[in-house]
Design a protein around this ligand. Structure first.
Ligand SMILES: Nc1ncnc2c1ncn2[C@@H]1O[C@H](COP(=O)(O)OP(=O)(O)O)[C@@H](O)[C@H]1O
Ligand SMILES: [Mg+2]
Length: 379
């Protein structure tokens, strides 16, 4: 009986600025996953990029101590995934020796940001032939890049806010001209963002044109490509969770599913959902309203648009679509997250909770979706 449980490998940690957040996510999943239904193993990627074998109880232990978020170090045994004719093996590497092999059926990638949510690990898993939860290479890469994401959404006729892009090659030759160009096209306040970042790292809200260059420099420390957006003043932030279909093409579950929307209310002075507000709350700065208090028509529009965004980017498995509801009543897409925050208290699982799917059920749903889907690069 026990041998028949599908074997899941949780892959978490990683080299991005969101390493610690990923560890919290993995701990949440480790505690909630139904071990009667799934056999579970772990690969923790350290900030330096080394893969480590870590078992379920150790993952569940990762937690925030005071204001210190969890982090993996390089003392754990090394791990690797190996493609064999009979399937993919998770093994511990001790020098040249490969120990404790376990055959794995599916990967649950719980990485955020670079090398996790951006198509790179997805490409690695495609090469191994191991099915995985979530979007494939292309949708992950587009969802990660705030510039290309807007290009794709705009091409699909979906509403995005006014923005300018600062390309890596142009900044060093014309800082002043670029700042003038941006200030001429967009109204302040501006939001300056690394194109491929996450968790608000490297993002600055700029109210003074003299501070724009500094903010671009700061964003460039995360990504040499920078997106500058016109800030929405007095807008509400609303998010909608999306799940891929669970049934075959012909039955009633063939459709993409959306949750009830939620709202983030930020009470900080700059009204900006920054890193501390996301992960070190406690001063009553941020409130998640789940579900959001929206009229039926707006709720429906947000849900319908979430499906359209999911389709436009070619997402699979899951996504969270974030919007601004502007003071003028427009719905504008802020971003599509292909690996949204996934601790039990994060927006994505909470939205499914109020929409009738609990955390444990959600985890199983995603794994089932992944196991039914062929790998996505070559069909
Ligand atoms: N154009 C904008 N207008 C107003 N607020 C914004 C804008 N862009 C970002 N913000 C604020 O900054 C936060 C983080 O920006 P976001 O683009 O979602 O980055 P991340 O990918 O790091 O979550 C948002 O949740 C919102 O509070
Ligand atoms: Mg965001």
């Amino acid at each position: 009986m026990a041998q028949q449980r599908p074997c899941v490998v949780l892959i978490f940690g990683g080299q991005s600025t969101e390493h610690q957040v990923s560890c919290l996510t993995a701990a949440g999943v480790a505690k909630a996953i139904d071990t009667e239904r799934f056999e579970v193993h772990g690969v923790g990627i350290s900030p330096s990029g080394t893969w480590h074998r870590i078992d379920l109880p150790a993952i569940a232990e990762l937690r925030t101590e005071g204001r210190r978020l969890p982090e993996l170090d390089d003392t754990l045994p090394r791990a690797t995934l190996v493609r064999n004719p009979e399937g993919v093996l998770l093994v511990t590497r001790d020098g040249d020796r490969l120990l404790d092999p376990v055959r794995v059926d599916v990967a649950f990638v719980l990485l955020h940001g670079a090398y996790g949510e951006d198509g790179t690990i997805q490409g690695h898993l495609e090469m191994l032939g191991l099915p995985y939860v979530g979007s494939g290479v292309m949708a992950s890469a587009i969802g990660m890049d705030k510039h290309f994401m807007k290009v794709v959404l705009e091409a699909a006729g979906l509403p995005v806010g006014p923005y300018e892009v600062v390309l890596p090659s142009e900044w060093q030759w014309g800082r002043e001209q670029i700042c003038d160009r941006i200030s001429g096209k967009l109204d302040y306040p501006l939001f300056v963002k690394p194109a491929r970042g996450g968790s608000s790292v490297g993002i600055t809200r700029v109210t003074d044109p003299n501070k724009l260059a500094e903010a671009i420099d700061e964003a460039r420390e995360v990504d040499p490509k920078v997106v500058v957006e016109q800030g929405f003043v007095g807008a509400r932030e609303v998010e909608c969770a999306v799940l891929g279909p669970i049934g075959s093409d012909t039955d009633e579950h063939a459709a993409v599913r959306t949750s009830r929307p939620g709202e983030i209310v930020v009470h900080t002075e700059s009204a900006f959902y920054d890193f501390d507000a996301k992960y070190l709350p406690g001063e009553g700065q941020v409130e998640l309203r789940i579900p959001a208090d929206l009229d039926a028509e707006t709720e429906q529009a947000v849900r319908t648009m979430a499906c359209a965004c999911f389709a436009a980017l070619g997402c699979e498995g899951l996504a969270r679509v974030d919007y601004f509801l502007t003071a003028q009543g427009r719905i504008v897409v802020n971003e599509v997250n292909t690996m949204p925050g996934f601790t039990e208290l994060s927006m994505f699982p909470s939205l499914w909770q109020v929409s009738g799917l609990d955390y444990q059920g959600l985890i199983a749903d995603l794994i089932e979706q992944a196991m039914r889907r062929p790998n996505t690069v070559v069909r």
